[in-house]
Design a binder for this molecule. Structure first.
Ligand code: ADP
Ligand code: MG
Length: 339
């Protein structure tokens, strides 16, 4: 009899994890933007080249990292955001798995520059395929700048699987929108191949949506709000007459995280019953806040799926709130015959 089981070396484990966390350049964009937000940045700049295939850079003015943390941040399961399993049920950060940087560094050339406010010198680390190439002191502003070059350079199959720059850029812009729509109080800039794509000043949810989707959006929006023990619902639905045949602007955010839910989508559609042409899809921008204990986000590494304790109650609440908002908005003009 012979033993045949071995523990995988870290760089192999990281590369396997990367397969789940990083599907395409936009996955890297999402993870890096989320880290910048978790670091408390109020200005975040995203720079991409060739739809992220050659360069993805995120520069933030958040809390930065110490010398030791800068190095540790690339280890798998290294996180400052949770300490115990119980913390999973009271998450206030986007990250918690401690997997993103380790995964990204396993499949790209990564350069990190970071400085905490109290430190005089910054740290610069270069990593390729999980291997630290250099670590030295440098000069840098407070915050973190992380550069991801040549994604999937060591996984040709993945690299070849990437779509055209147009398609990959679309995915990046979608991720950028989702993050920017929640964090309307943060200033965001985005550049692609040297040109500015977006420059979004700090504002509120409504203004942010209008900045992203264009000035005409403002007149299409019907506000939706409701506050119960179960959930706080805020946001906007598009007026029925602006509904489109394509599913375009449909966004759910739960506790500041973009999520996909066919079930809740159905709740919204059914609130529009009788108000839409057949085959038309309503647009909506719905921000839900629930007790973190009543949801489970740890279903998939990309965290776009979520499990609610009481999905049925949420469905009913969402449907009736939107119906009510549309009703209030669509009240027929009252004719006053006494004048
Ligand atoms: P997670 O976000 O799940 O904790 P990551 O691999 O994305 O895992 O990041 C690991 C750790 O590195 C974070 O917990 C955080 O402490 C630190 N970190 C990453 N990005 C930044 C940043 N932009 N600013 C400050 N700290 C960061
Ligand atoms: Mg993270």
């Amino acid at each position: 009899m012979s033993d045949i089981i071995q523990l995988l070396p870290d760089h192999v484990a990281n590369q396997i994890a990367a397969g789940e966390v990083v599907q395409r350049p936009s996955s890297v964009v999402k993870e890096l933007l989320e880290n910048a937000i978790d670091a408390g940045a109020v200005h975040i700049k995203l720079v991409v080249k060739e739809a992220g295939k050659t360069l993805i850079q995120v520069i933030d003015n958040g809390i930065g990292m110490s010398v030791t943390d800068a190095r540790l941040s690339f280890e798998r399961h290294a996180t400052s955001k949770i300490k115990s399993a119980e913390d999973l049920f009271q998450l206030s950060t986007k990250g918690f798995r401690g997997e993103a940087l380790a995964s990204i560094a396993a499949i790209a050339h990564v350069e990190l520059k970071t400085r905490q406010d109290a430190d005089e010198v910054a740290t610069e680390i270069k990593i390729e395929g999980s291997e630290v190439i250099s670590q030295e002191a440098c000069v840098a502003p407070k915050g973190t700048a992380i550069c991801v070059k040549n994604l999937f350079y060591n996984i040709p199959a993945r690299r070849n699987f990437l779509k055209s720059n147009t398609v990959e850029l679309r995915h990046i812009i979608d991720e950028f929108h989702r993050v920017a729509m929640v964090h309307s109080d943060i200033k965001f800039d985005m550049y692609h191949n040297g040109s500015e794509v977006f420059s979004l000043p700090a504002s509120n949810h409504r203004q942010r949506i209008v900045h992203i989707f264009g000035g005409k959006t403002n007149e299409k929006l019907v506000p939706v709000t409701e506050e119960t023990d179960l959930v706080s619902i805020k946001g906007f639905v598009g007026k029925p007459e602006y509904a489109k045949r394509t599913r375009g602007e449909q966004f759910f955010f739960v506790n500041n995280r973009f999520i996909k839910s066919a079930y809740l989508n159905h709740a919204v559609s059914s609130a529009f019953e009788g108000l839409l042409h057949q085959k038309a899809h309503p647009s909506y921008f719905i921000y839900l806040s629930v007790d973190p204990k009543s949801i489970d986000i740890n279903i998939h590494p990309t965290k776009t799926e979520i499990k609610f304790d009481d999905e049925h109650a949420l469905y009913a609440m969402l449907r009736s709130t939107i119906k009510h908002s549309l009703g209030q908005f669509n009240v027929a003009p009252v004719l006053d015959f006494n004048r």
